[in-house]
Write a protein that binds this ligand. Sequence first.
Ligand code: FAD
Length: 396
Amino acid sequence: MSTPKILILGAGYGGLLTTLKLQKKLNYNEAEITLVNKHNYHYITTWLHEPAAGTASADHARVNLDQIIDMNKVNFVKGTVQSIQPEEQTVTLESGEVLSYDYLVIGLGSEPETFGIQGLKEHAFSIRSINAVRQIREHIEYMFAKYKNEPERTDYLTFVVGGAGFTGIEFCGELADRVPELCQEFDVDPDLVKIYCIEAAPTALPGFDPELVNYAMDVLSRKGIEFKIGTPIKECTENGVLLANGEEIKSKTVVWAAGVRGNSIVEKSGFEVMRGRVKVDEYLRAPGYENVFVVGDCALIFNAEGRPYPPTAQIAVQEGECLGDNLAALIRGEVMQPFVPALQGTLASLGKGEGIGMVGSKKLFGSTAALMKKASDLRYLWKIGGVGLAMKKVRL
Ligand code: FAD
């Protein structure tokens, strides 16, 4: 019998953890493991709001794959997936290369969900990759530099963050921390800088405990963030945003952080999706395909009340680990275990030394939440790269 081929698409949280589990569990001759990723590095998406605002370097959020993957056990292909042909059991890359598989793992992450709002795709930035956050950081600095040459253009100093969910709130916290530095560097009066956080839902951080929401809004308001809650954005243009209440905010920097959908490659490849996500079974399999597994933001799973779990790194990691175990079991003719998420809590940063969180039934505020977030980062780095990586990357 020939060696089974496992093909993993995407080295994000889900794909990486599947790969790491497989490389640990399987012997060299048990399977041919191939990992395809756009870049030769993994990035820590949950940190990307920091380099986007410029409070950390983009390099800090990336980990080279050859540092954490045993390239003797895993065949790494740096390439961009173009399409999946599940009937033929093949995947086509943009380079034209076609890879075949016996088992496929789809972990291609997400894309911004624009909810059909006109102009967002064309004119807004989104915090989604190392390259994207480098561009946001450079653009913000450029706006300060431009203002110094055209002082009547205060719109250069107006920043709009679309969405007061986790990503939007975390980015606002970092941007508010960065502004004083930029004002000093470019000799700009801080009172001229405006940061708006605009949310369509009736509350910031929808679904979060109201006391924590109030705390977060209070901290960020004191840092200078102006909230517009219950205020949908109707349109985004090259000159700013038009709100549903008729108000226009002139800005050259709109950062859209109001939701994601699964990678469109999955839908284009013919898989059944809801907002780009595949409703997987208890073993994370795509409907109709015993040998196609989906993890992370591309997968849709439901809680006991029938509500979908939001896409998070926490769930992607757990799915990847469970799937790694299950694929090893499948290859050895053993029984797979169903995936059951074990949520450990939710933590959001509000800038340096500040945060909120819910761990079990305990609410965390301020520096305690910020410290817990660092601890959770440390745990993840240790999991993927051991003590060495954790020590190198975590900033206390
Ligand atoms: P990703 O981690 O996005 O990885 C996808 C991988 O696929 C990437 O390596 C990408 O380069 C690669 N890829 C994409 N397309 C292709 C292609 N065509 N070909 C080849 N490779 C491709 N979650 C939390 O739990 N806690 C948090 O505090 C938190 N904070 C966040 C803060 C921010 C700013 C953001 C943006 C997200 C945050 N999230 C958080 C959500 C979390 O980051 C995602 O749910 C998680 O990254 C999903 O993991 P994934 O494996 O599905 O995809």
